[in-house]
Design a protein around this ligand. Structure first.
Ligand code: NAP
Ligand code: MG
Length: 478
C-alpha cells in the first residue's frame, strides 16, 4: 500500500483505491491510500508549521534538493515512464518522455530558486529609499488532472518550493502512482518534514478542503472548466480570498490554408489531435481548412490514420494507447454519437476496439462536413476525436478559429508570411503555433490560455515567479 505523506510521515488512510491499467483492466498497478477531509486538514497544518523555516531557508538549500530530485527522476525515467504509461495509458515513449520533462522542469526550477530578484527605486520624498522584494505566499494547494500525471505536478510543486512555499498536493484519483513516486523522490532528496505533503483522495473531499481551508494561501489547479469554476468560488468564499491559478480546457483550432505544405499540415494535425489519445489540453480538435486543399487534406489525414496502431501502451509499435478510463471512453463515444446525429460525416474511425488485452481502446475519429456551431465543434471532448470545417479563405478561417469560448492554443499551417503574422497577432489564445502541432510545449516558456481556458498568472519558465511570490514595497528614511 502506498500511503499519503503528511508532516514527513507516510500514513495509511481508512480507505484504499485500486490503480487500474487502462491497457489491461485485469492488471492492478498498485494500491494507494484514499485520504479524506481529516487527512487534508492535518496536511494543511503540517504545511503551515513547516512554512516559517522553509520560507527562510537559503536558495542554495532549496536548489540542491530540487536538483537532486531532478537527477533521480532522470536516472529512473524508463522505470517511472513505464509506471506512468501503465496507469494513464499513453504510450511508453510518451510516458518516458514525460518523466524526462519532469526532471528538466525540476532542474530548471532549481536554478530559479537562485534567481529571485527585486528592485531598488528612489522614493519621491527626500531621503526615501524604496525596495521592491518578492516573498513566498505561504501554503500552496496543488490540484492536478490525470492527463499529465507527473509533468503538471512537477511544474507546480517545483515552482512553489523553489520560491519558498510549502505545499499540499492532491493528484487526480485515477493516477496516484506517478504522483506518489514524485513526492517520494522529493522527500528523500531532503525536504524537511511538512514542506511537501501528499494527500491522495477524491476531488470533492480532499480538493474541497484545500480550496476552502483558511490555512491555504493559494491554489494552483489544472483540470476542467466546471471544476475550475467550483474551485474559484471556494477560493473566494473564506475570510481571506486565496490567490488562484486555474488552467482549464480547450477546443484548439488548427487552420490549414491552401498554400500549406500538405505533408507538414497532416503531421501537425495527426500529432496534435490524436497522439496521447487526444487527451491533451492543447490537442487540436478542430481542423479549419480552406476550400482549395480541403479534400486533399482529408484524404491524407485518413491515410495517415489508417497506418496508426491503437494498442497496449507498453507494446512496441503502439502509436495510440487506450483512453484513460471507462468514464472518459463513454464521453468520447457519446460525442461521436452526437456528431453523427448532428449531421456531421464520420469519415474515419470512432469505433471501440476489442484487443487481446481488455482495455478502453478507441479508433481515432475524424468528422468532416462539420458546421462550426455543432456541439462536436464547440465542446471539449478530451479524446481522439477531431472535426474538419471547410472555409472559403483566411479571413473566415481566423474568425471560425476564434469563435469559441476557449483560448488555450491555436495553430496555423501556411507558407505565407503575411497570413502567419496576421494569425499570430489575432488568434485569441495564450499559445499560437505556426507550422507546428498545437500540443508540445517548451518547459522554460510561459504556459497558459485566455478566455474560459485560464484564470490567473502564467505557469512555467521565469514567469512562474509571479504566481508563487507576493511583492512587498518597503520605504525607508535613514
Ligand atoms: P477534473 O475532473 O476537473 O479534475 C482535476 C482535478 O480537480 C482532479 O485532481 C480532481 O480530483 C480535482 N477536483 C474535482 N472536483 C474538485 C473539487 N470540488 N474541489 C477541488 N478539486 C476537485 O479534470 P480531469 O478530468 O482530471 O482532467 C481533464 C481536464 O483537464 C480537461 O478539461 C483538460 O482540458 C484539462 N487540462 C488542462 C490543462 C491546462 O494546462 N490548461 C492541462 C491538462 C488538462 P479527482 O479527479 O480525484 O476527482
Ligand atoms: Mg476527473
Amino acid at each position: 500500500m502506498h500511503g499519503n505523506l503528511i508532516g514527513g510521515q507516510w500514513c495509511e488512510a481508512s480507505e484504499v483505491s485500486e490503480n487500474i491499467n487502462p491497457s489491461d483492466t485485469r492488471e492492478l498497478v498498485g494500491l494507494y491510500a484514499r485520504g479524506g477531509r481529516e487527512d487534508a486538514e492535518r496536511a494543511v497544518s503540517a504545511a503551515r508549521a513547516a512554512f516559517p523555516a522553509w520560507s527562510q531557508s537559503t536558495p542554495q538549500f532549496r536548489h540542491d534538493i530540487l536538483a537532486r530530485a531532478a537527477q533521480e527522476l532522470a536516472t529512473r525515467k524508463e522505470e517511472l515512464g513505464r509506471l506512468l504509461s501503465s496507469e494513464e495509458g499513453k504510450t511508453l515513449p510518451e510516458g518516458v518522455g514525460e518523466v524526462g520533462r519532469a526532471s528538466s522542469v525540476l532542474s530548471y526550477m532549481a536554478g530559479e530558486a537562485l534567481r529571485v530578484t527585486g528592485d531598488r527605486i528612489a522614493g519621491l520624498l527626500a531621503g526615501s529609499d524604496v525596495e521592491v522584494t518578492r516573498e513566498p505566499l505561504g501554503v500552496v494547494g496543488v490540484v492536478s488532472p490525470w492527463n499529465f500525471p507527473i509533468a503538471i505536478p512537477a511544474w507546480k510543486i517545483a515552482a512553489a518550493l523553489a520560491f519558498g512555499n510549502t505545499v499540499v498536493f492532491k493528484p487526480a484519483e485515477i493516477v496516484p502512482g506517478s504522483a506518489w513516486a514524485l513526492v517520494d523522490i522529493l522527500h528523500r532528496a531532503g525536504l524537511p518534514e511538512g514542506v511537501l505533503n501528499l494527500v491522495m483522495g477524491s476531488g470533492s473531499q480532499v480538493g474541497g478542503v484545500l480550496c476552502s481551508h483558511p490555512g491555504v494561501d493559494a491554489i494552483s489547479f489544472t483540470g476542467s472548466v466546471a471544476t475550475g469554476r467550483r474551485i474559484a468560488m471556494d477560493c473566494v468564499s473564506g475570510p481571506v480570498m486565496k490567490r488562484m491559478q486555474l488552467e482549464m480546457g480547450g477546443k484548439n483550432p488548427l487552420v490549414v490554408l491552401d498554400d500549406a505544405d500538405l505533408d507538414l499540415a497532416v503531421e501537425c494535425a495527426v500529432q496534435g489531435a490524436f497522439f496521447s489519445t487526444g487527451q491533451r489540453c492543447t490537442a487540436s480538435s478542430r481542423f479549419i481548412v480552406t476550400d482549395g486543399i480541403h479534400d486533399r487534406f482529408v484524404r491524407a489525414v485518413i491515410e495517415r490514420l489508417k497506418g496508426l496502431k491503437v494498442g497496449h501502451a507498453l507494446e512496441a509499435g503502439t502509436h495510440i494507447g487506450p483512453v484513460v478510463d471507462e468514464k472518459q471512453l463513454n464521453v468520447d463515444l457519446s460525442y461521436i454519437d452526437i456528431g453523427i446525429k448532428e449531421g456531421a460525416r464520420l469519415a474515419w474511425g470512432g469505433k471501440p476496439l476489442d484487443l487481446p488485452t481488455p482495455g478502453f481502446y478507441l479508433q481515432p475519429a475524424l468528422f468532416t462536413e462539420v458546421d462550426s456551431s455543432m456541439r462536436i465543434a464547440c465542446e471539449e471532448i478530451f479524446g481522439p476525436v477531431a472535426t474538419v470545417t471547410r472555409v472559403k479563405n483566411f479571413d473566415e478561417a481566423l474568425s471560425v478559429a476564434n469563435a469559441t469560448e476557449f483560448g488555450l492554443a491555436s495553430g496555423i499551417c501556411t507558407t505565407s508570411l503575411r497570413h502567419a503574422t496576421h494569425y499570430k497577432r489575432h488568434a485569441q489564445a495564450g499559445i499560437v503555433k505556426v507550422n507546428q502541432a498545437t500540443s508540445g510545449l517548451d518547459y522554460h516558456l510561459p504556459f497558459g490560455g485566455r478566455k474560459a481556458s485560464s484564470y490567473g498568472p502564467r505557469e512555467q519558465g521565469q514567469y512562474a515567479v509571479d504566481f508563487y511570490t507576493v511583492i512587498k514595497t518597503a520605504y525607508t528614511s535613514a
